[in-house]
Write a protein that binds this ligand. Sequence first.
Ligand SMILES: [Zn+2]
Length: 453
Amino acid sequence: MDLLIRNATAIMTGGSGAAARATGPDIRLRGTRIAAIGALTPEPGERVLDATDCVVYPGWINTHHHLFQSLMKGIPAGIDLQLAPWLSAVPVAYRRFVDEETLRIAATIGIAELLLSGCTTIADHHYAYWPGMGFDGSALLFDIADRFGVRFVLMRGGATKVREIDLNPPPEARPETLDGMLASVEADVGRFHQCGGDAMRKVILAPTTPTWSVHAHELPEFAAAARKMGIGLHSHLSESLDYVHFCRDVHGCTPLEFVQRHDWVGPDVFFAHLCHMQPDEIRLMAETGTGMAHCPQSNCRLGSGIAPAPALARLGGRVSLGVDGAASNEAADMINESHMAWLVHRARDGAASVTVEDVIHWGTAGGANVLGLSDTGTLAPGMAADLMVYSLDHVRYAGLHDSAIGPVAGGGQAHVKYGFCNGRLIVEDGRIPGLDLPSLFAEARKAVGRMLA
Ligand SMILES: [Zn+2]
């Protein structure tokens, strides 16, 4: 599609420092790419979209999610629990409901919410795999993402051992064998993984936790297998103090030292959360290029702590943003996540600790960086046309002096006037073309009803 987006009030590029804002007011798209940004005049045959009173951001890149949890929001038994008891009360207890139908409904809900917040790339840490599961969860997720037109990274989770919190697992939580899991990941890489900075589909190897989901001696085998397949590594780490105490008591080291000993640091590795890190761990992250998926809303909701994302970024480390699963984040959208990322560090470290430009950078260019998607996350000529045109037509934006910061500083439900991924229009005037929202609500109510019965 040849397109000219005209007369935007402001353009945030996803870059940092002086490069964070582009002098517009126009953006030209050619096919799947951005052709030009500046003061542009329409060319013959070009469709013109009006962006008056709008701001343009890169499509957000969500680097940590569990889409299957989108039917597990606000479960009363876990609403006021810390991470460990919450895991038992919610994701573990409700795992038996994850069948083909609920996964389809849950993923549709989660992806729709992300799209309407302006997200164009989703990395889903999906760990609902078990021996003899009888349906193809990986294909199902890629298929739904395809229909929405978003970039999708399957971070293929799973466990090879039973956790203490789940000693009598239902069939849906039974562990896989190391060989079985690696063979399955290799098959998914063969079926879905694309190389290149503009991939629409990627696979990452992501055992659910390095501490409790797999045996320590298997970690180097996972790392070696991922590197042989040419894919990245991901997991949860140091989400709560339990990780720190476990590593200290069982392995006599910090969590970062533990994963380093098992070949799990480097530019092809990133971890979700990392709320609890000592200064030498933050330095190790930066020095090795190991990335962070910062999930402040989930961390606040579960009382887990505040990850030292600004400190890591100041050392040149790699920070991205993730919403985490909807079972621990009832607003799984990237505008709210960035709003929380902007606020929470300032509450603790002062008003100069994080800027709106910083959190946009983390949530766009930073996400592209940890996922190895070099052609998205930044608005510049030659980059993929993954971008969001936000209309500032809500009364909350009336009186705003700096329009560019509106969506992040204001938080809440943003209004996407036009949303593009890889040059394709995927959101228009706050709606997703082809999505039957009333039917989705009805399916969700029915699925929740089955869980309550
Ligand atoms: Zn998670």
